[in-house]
Design a binder for this molecule. Structure first.
Ligand SMILES: Cc1cc2nc3c(=O)[nH]c(=O)nc-3n(C[C@H](O)[C@H](O)[C@H](O)COP(=O)(O)O)c2cc1C
Length: 395
């Protein structure tokens, strides 16, 4: 395996390396969607239906994919999405992913349900750091976590609002894969079949005192967390409403984003509440099955709020051409979830870096082949859109 390539030529290769390295229960937790996985498949299929319309003979010898996001210049139009458990895919995986993001000059989002304390990411890595917050049934808990992120110095807070209740991921129940890990005969066999993960991650944590547990919860809550199927550690808040967002707006003085918006009406409500940005997202097809792809929702949302707030999109991005298509539609940036998580699961920090390098090279190549020197030059004229997206796109 070459150090430069990490043995991968594209994101699909990194996914395959991750699949071989991780216990099946863990890989499926990362890779799969929910219920019949219609959203998961559609998130990818929609990119196949959006065609590029390249221009030629435009001297693209001097080109750049940098963008300005929340007033700061960054080298790629991409940031790292919050994902719950890089630290269980790889030993101290959150630090590895944050380092890869810093090296690439892009923001890294730390999720609430991670295994590394938010202060360690600030102290040991730094760079542009965003924090993602779930709103729990115990509102005081969410406020406590947000205050802690503020004190730690996080530049932005992303509140994920698409999870009024737990999603239906039958494979997690079938696999019996829980956090904290429970030891069933099936899990033990699964882990024994993956010795690189067992020794490189699980055993390493065990030698240092055990698997770390949701280090960003208050200690008392952390101690109460019982083994639950992956992603179900704490009760979420099904009474969440726009007043909670207004409350958070008062508490959080820096950049505030809402993640998990698919309707122009909700995006407009977020703007009215003083939110700085929305992440148009169906959570990578992991929450509600059958929901439209964020890229399908994007034109109408941009039409509703694109000049009032920052509009970021995620779900299903695996190729540089996907990113170029979203930017040509008018997105201000793209979040990547699994693409970099596969990289970290396959090879730690170098794997995360490899995922970002692959995306950077692909974006650069597609820009050049489309006759574009910069992201700013992209517009919808570079796309042939399927009828249902064209109908939703403003003229
Ligand atoms: C394993 C995994 C864990 C995730 N955990 C969170 C989370 O804790 N909070 C959150 O807002 N989104 C979470 N997400 C969703 C991502 O932030 C993002 O919306 C999604 O991964 C985008 O789709 P993609 O994976 O196809 O890029 C998670 C996604 C994955 C794959």
């Amino acid at each position: 395996m070459s150090a430069d390539t990490a043995g991968a030529w594209n994101i699909a290769d990194l996914r395959e390396l991750a699949r071989r390295r991780l216990p099946r229960g863990l890989f499926e937790f990362m890779d799969r969607g929910c219920e019949d996985e219609v959203s998961l498949r559609n998130n990818r299929a929609v990119f196949d239906r959006i065609k590029l319309k390249p221009r030629v003979l435009n001297d693209v010898s001097d080109r750049s994919q940098s963008i300005s996001l929340f007033g700061q210049r960054q080298e790629m139009p991409v940031a790292i999405a919050p994902t719950g458990t890089p630290g269980i895919m790889w030993y101290e995986g959150e630090l590895a992913l944050a380092r890869a993001a810093k090296k690439a000059g892009i923001p890294f989002t730390l999720a609430t349900t991670t295994l590394t304390a938010m202060e360690r990411i600030v102290d040991e890595v730094g760079g542009r750091l965003w924090f993602q917050l779930y709103m729990y049934a115990d509102r005081a808990l969410s406020r406590w976590i947000a205050e802690r992120a503020k004190t730690a110095g996080y530049e932005a807070l992303i509140i994920t609002v698409d999870s009024a209740t737990f999603s239906n991921r039958e494979y997690n129940l079938r696999n019996g894969f829980t956090i904290p890990i429970t030891y069933s005969p099936k899990n033990i066999v699964d882990v024994l079949r993956h010795p690189r993960w067992m020794t490189g991650v699980w055993l390493r944590y065990m030698l240092e005192g055990g698997l770390p547990l949701f280090e960003n919860y208050p200690p008392a809550v952390k101690a109460r967390v019982k083994a639950a199927p992956m992603g179900r550690a704490m009760k979420l808040n099904d009474a969440l409403n726009w007043d909670d967002v207004r409350e958070m707006r008062k508490l959080w003085p820096r950049t505030l984003m809402i993640k998990g918006v698919l309707s122009p009406h909700d995006a407009a409500m977020a703007a009215d509440c003083g939110v700085d940005g929305v992440v148009v997202s169906n959570h990578g097809g992991r929450i509600i099955d059958g929901a439209l792809a964020p890229v399908e929702a994007l034109p109408a949302i941009l039409d509703a709020v694109g000049n009032r707030m920052t509009v970021i999109v995620d779900s299903g991005f695996r190729r540089g051409s996907d990113v170029v298509k979203a930017m040509a539609l008018g997105a201000h940036a793209v979040l990547v979830g699994r693409a970099t998580l596969y990289g970290v699961a396959a090879a730690g920090e170098p794997g995360g870096t490899r995922a970002l390098n692959i995306l950077r090279e692909e974006i650069d190549r597609v820009l050049a082949l489309c006759g574009c020197r910069s992201i700013e030059e992209l517009h919808r004229g570079f796309l042939m859109l399927p009828e249902h997206i064209r109908a939703a796109a403003p003229k």
